[in-house]
Design a protein around this ligand. Sequence first.
Ligand code: PLP
Length: 458
Amino acid sequence: MTNIDELVEMSKQHLWLPFTQMKDYDENPLIIKSGEGIMLKDIQGNTYYDGFSSVWLNVHGHRKEELDRAIREQLNQIAHSTLLGMTNLPATELARKLVEITPPSLTRVFYSDSGAEAVEIALKMAFQYWKNKGINGKTKFVTMKDGYHGDTIGAVSVGAVDIFHRIYQSLTFDSFHIPFPYVYRHSSGDPDACKDESLLELENLFYHHHQEIAGITVESMMQGAGGMRLMPSGYLAGVKALCKKYNVLLILDEVATGFGRTGEMFACNHENVDPDIMTVGKGITGGYLPIAATISTEEIYSAFYDDYTKLKTLFHGHSYTGNQLGCAVALANIDLFDKQKTIDHVKENTTFIQNKLTTLSKLKHVGDIRQLGFMTGIEIVQDKTTKKPFPWDQRVGYAISLKMRKLGMLTRPVGDTIVFMPPLASTKQELHEMIEIMTESIDIVTNRINVGLASTKK
Ligand SMILES: *Cc1c(COP(=O)(O)O)cnc(C)c1O
């Protein structure tokens, strides 16, 4: 058995981690060994709250008996066979289940292995849909400022987070960008005014360009990686109405927000919005295995259905598409939503979190708190009155997350917005303790930085 120091050294020698400046890793290495419930344990034996659900995936906790068992039972049958031209048991049953629980417009499930792939597929589907219908001009996409849809080149082409995407710009295709209704930084600060202005801008774009536009990609209700930004109420329904009016496909990205995260099974349920295409991933397997799906209407599906020689097939697929182990655990995950009344639990504890966060909101550097269910962003600013951010290269969000790690909780900030997205199964006591750790960490780090700033002035 390798000893701890050797393991850490090995990780520094051979790994290249996603979305990670490896110099940061070398300074602060962490190797997780096990998990139980909402706790993670590292190789030194330290335990941490999984305050970000292992990057927004986990639902019912780690080592959940029913989920572990679903995988073991599936292993007794088969681990994987292909979905190219044939199907398997759990992929078939899961497809029906997904159609049952997603909005009524959606009837067809196309599997993949990650959220980014689900988005790639949605883009190809929307693009080819118009071609298959004999309508040639509709080839472009609309995306929102600070939208994030994954890291493959197509998904990056409809992404708009400057710091991640700028460098790859010449590799991507052009999309139309529209502003996101970011209430906290809107001149009026009024949600309705912000909503109306953004919708007007979208309508203006559609009015002039709808004949070129295949679809619009939207993170449902809440933008994640771009800064945990919540849409003002009525905005998503407004986008849907404009899509209908101008004949543009609405692609809702529910990879982060789906599966109960926001207090509804899907975030679009908050506004009763029926998308043309929906992408899901992350929570679909309870955070166990890489399954994702692109779910479409029958109308879109039928545009691809014809004799082979018409070449209307959706030419896309991956080796592990529809993997049995993943589909089996996804079925068990969805089953647990019923058995454990997960959505009710989230709804009930949403107010609890909100109340607990009031203390935190009083801290000197907490500018804005945006919460929908168990999805919360806490924006840290240098000056609360002017909303002026800290200089980005000071990395206040990162410093806070390191402090939280020391105090026993893991999360990953998006810029200077602290992400609080615990597993949906978290109890009141656990939520309380996590919020205590966040509050203390934000307080300590921002005060220390203030002292630093004051002394450099002298
Ligand atoms: C995480 C995420 C993705 C990408 O999913 P991966 O499984 O990481 O490829 C896409 N869209 C949204 C909204 C996400 O949060």
